[in-house]
Write a protein that binds this ligand. Structure first.
Ligand code: WTA
Length: 655
């Protein structure tokens, strides 16, 4: 038996190492239990004390939690603050000359920005936005490549009280258009193009197309950062270069003093229906979640750490652990424009070596693909600066965990497997590395004050080791406040009546072992997790059904070595069922269509064509059966109620 196998076989746990036991922000299990006990003894005071200690308030709050209009909870709601002030200005007396951002471009060029320089850039851009008549409460769409300007744009919005909605640069013009319309935004901030893996991704062109789809008067101004020297079409009066927008602008800008509950941003994410949900976060509660998790889970040490979270700012991870959290803590962080495999699969390890990264946070999917690209590759680099590793976005399989632990962390660095969601704003279940022993594959225990539980569909708590719905029993500050434009959906999806209307339903299933450790099992709804990205099956199905060739489509996930989950589409065409080469051709057409409708991340891996889909006599698509077919498993379901059993043979072959 290999070392890895024996560890997994023994279900071994890894206690905090000496360094963390002695010097972590929270050291020892007793300290963790004491924090949890404080939260249980007086829930509101626990959060109030943390909010007072961590946030720089312009005017302190006197009210803590308002539950009178549950589940529309309000926290610290007479407090006044500015999030950008908390991320930048508050550090200037002590850290003006400290590096805030180390930016490594796709081509390897490195630029640095101190806290003072970041302040000046944020203020100039904030003044530029104001000159374009962007006001408090206005929505600003940010569709940018990964780089300092994306962060500057987000911070500038926060500074003037505008609500940003970042759209990942990999989403299509159509997806961008839907978000522009739903958010009723009048301003888009973009770049001519993005650079990734040596290729240019045209962003401005997608914005033009999105506006054309939305109706030409949907948007007043498009601010374009010149990044890639990509050719762009130009609409005078609407389009303005970033450098012209900031030209001559003052580098000071008084922050707009915001109410604790004023929305900081909207971020769209997939749910179980065809339309993405606009998750709306507050200012103070969100900031508090970001700061506490940086302190507890990442053991943030502003003077000595170099923090690197590899997520794009288009996702929640890039909001909380790139654009806000590390800055609020006064840290130095690395941000990266490119991809892990360009120019070669040593890129991440080389960057850790060159920038002396101490804390490295990435997705299991990246770990699995880099492991495949070279099991021994990390050993060619000096990774001795690392002290803490983290993962996010999907369950990490124990084999990948062990590789990360041994080959990247040299069995020295704890791994924090962090479970959380766009909706929770910050980590919910994750180890405090100085207090909690880790186990490969488990996200361990909830953070102090996060009252998680596992229940059945009626809300009854389940005992140890029974799988069930993962819920959070009390509201906490960083939880989403509502869905933009859709409070009813917010109530229905997250606080369902059968659970009493005040328990937050996460949408995940989990089980808890006898030591109280949580193990995430997967989604309970029709949401897929492909390479750590959330995608709704319904979104992909409606996009497929909108293609002129398609009569009907159903989409399911199947396990995938690298991506975690891969997308399989079952399609009935309007014409005859294609076979052989023509099936491949139709599949290629539909893949391109999905890339155009949603984005390349949503392209199905496999297509299965048939004359029909397996349905019950009442006409319901048998999704469980499709899942078995998708992964080639033997069919164990009862198919006696299947109306058309003959289609099964047809749907087995892959295009
Ligand atoms: C999944 C990403 C297992 C989960 C921060 C959740 C995880 C969804 C983990 C949220 C983890 C996230 N272990 N599963 N450590 N972290 N998930 O909104 O299904 O993009 O509900 O937020 O990802 O995805 P989202």
């Amino acid at each position: 038996m290999s070392y890895i196998e024996s560890v997994l076989h023994e279900n071994r746990s890894f206690p905090p190492n000496d360094e963390f036991q002695e010097r972590a922000n929270v050291s020892g299990l007793d300290a963790y239990h004491a924090l949890c006990a404080r939260a249980e003894a007086d829930y509101e005071q626990h959060w109030a004390a943390l909010a007072r200690e961590n946030i720089a308030w312009h005017q302190p709050f006197t009210r803590i939690l308002d539950e009178s209009n549950a589940p529309f909870y309000r926290w610290f709601d007479d407090g006044v603050l500015n999030v950008s002030y908390n991320c930048i200005d508050r550090h200037l007396p002590t850290r003006a000359a400290q590096t805030a951002l180390i930016f490594e471009a796709d081509d390897g060029a490195v630029t640095r920005l101190t806290y003072q320089q970041l302040h000046d850039e944020v203020c100039a851009f904030a003044n530029g936005l104001k000159a374009l008549k962007v006001r408090r409460g206005d929505r600003v769409i940010i569709y940018m490549p990964m780089g300092p300007q994306a962060i500057v744009a987000m911070q500038a919005c926060a500074r003037i009280g505008a609500i940003h909605s970042v759209v990942f640069g990999g989403f299509s013009a159509k997806s961008l258009c839907e978000r522009i319309i739903d958010a009723q935004a009048r301003i888009v901030v973009t770049a001519d193009g993005g650079l990734r893996g040596g290729k240019t991704i045209p962003l401005k062109a997608a914005v033009d197309e999105a506006i054309a789809l939305a109706g030409t008067d949907a948007i007043d101004r498009v601010i374009v950062y010149q990044r890639a020297n990509a050719p762009v079409a130009w609409q005078e009066g609407r389009d303005i270069w970033w450098h012209d927008c900031v030209h001559g602008m003052s580098t000071s800008c008084e922050p707009e003093w915001m109410n604790a509950e004023d929305p900081l941003f909207i971020l769209y994410t997939s749910g179980s229906t065809g339309t993405p949900k606009g998750v709306q976060h507050s200012s103070a509660g969100y900031l508090l979640g970001a700061m506490l998790s940086m302190h507890w889970v990442f053991d943030a040490k502003a003077d000595t750490d170099v923090f690197w979270c590899t997520a794009d700012v288009g996702w929640i991870t890039g909001h909380t652990y790139v654009a806000y959290g590390p800055l609020a803590m006064g840290m130095t962080q690395v941000i990266f424009e490119g991809i892990p495999t360009y120019p070669d699969a040593g890129r991440f390890w080389r960057m850790i070596q060159n920038h002396r990264v101490t804390t490295f946070y990435t997705a299991p999917t990246a770990i699995r693909s880099l492991m495949k690209a070279g099991v021994d590759l990390p050993t060619q680099y000096d990774l001795s600066s690392l002290r803490l590793l983290g993962t996010v976005g999907e369950p990490i399989n124990p084999q990948a965990w062990m590789w990360f632990y041994q080959t990247v962390g040299h069995a020295r660095c704890p791994i924090v497997d962090t479970w959380w969601q766009t909706e929770t704003g910050a980590h919910m279940i994750a180890p405090l590395p100085g207090a909690i022993a880790t186990k490969p594959g488990s996200c361990t225990r909830p953070l102090p004050g996060i009252l998680t539980d596992i229940v059945d569909e009626l809300g009854t708590a389940l005992t140890s080791d029974q799988g069930g719905y993962l819920v959070i029993k009390r509201p906490f500050p960083s939880l989403l406040r509502t869905l933009w434009n859709d409070p009813e959906r917010f109530k229905r999806v997250y606080f369902p009546a059968q659970l009493g209307g005040t328990t937050y339903l996460t949408g995940d299933s989990a089980h808890r072992d006898e030591e109280g450790y949580y193990w995430i099992m997967g989604r309970i709804d029709d949401v897929l997790n492909v390479s750590g990205h959330r995608l709704g099956t319904m979104e992909i199905e409606s996009a497929l059904a909108a293609h002129p060739l398609v009569a009907e489509a159903a989409v399911v996930g199947k396990p995938h070595d690298i991506k975690g989950e891969a997308i399989v589409a079952f399609v009935v065409l309007k014409g005859a069922c294609p076979e052989g080469e023509s099936a491949g051709e139709v599949a290629a057409v539909l893949r391109a269509w999905i890339a155009q409708q949603i984005g390349a991340i949503a392209k199905p891996d496999d297509f299965r064509f048939g004359d029909n889909l397996p349905k019950t006599r009442s006409g319901k698509i048998m999704r469980r059966l499709l899942r078995s077919l998708a992964c080639g498993a033997a069919i164990e379901q009862d198919i006696s109620t299947l109306e058309n059993p003959a289609v099964l043979a047809q749907l087995k072959s892959t295009a």
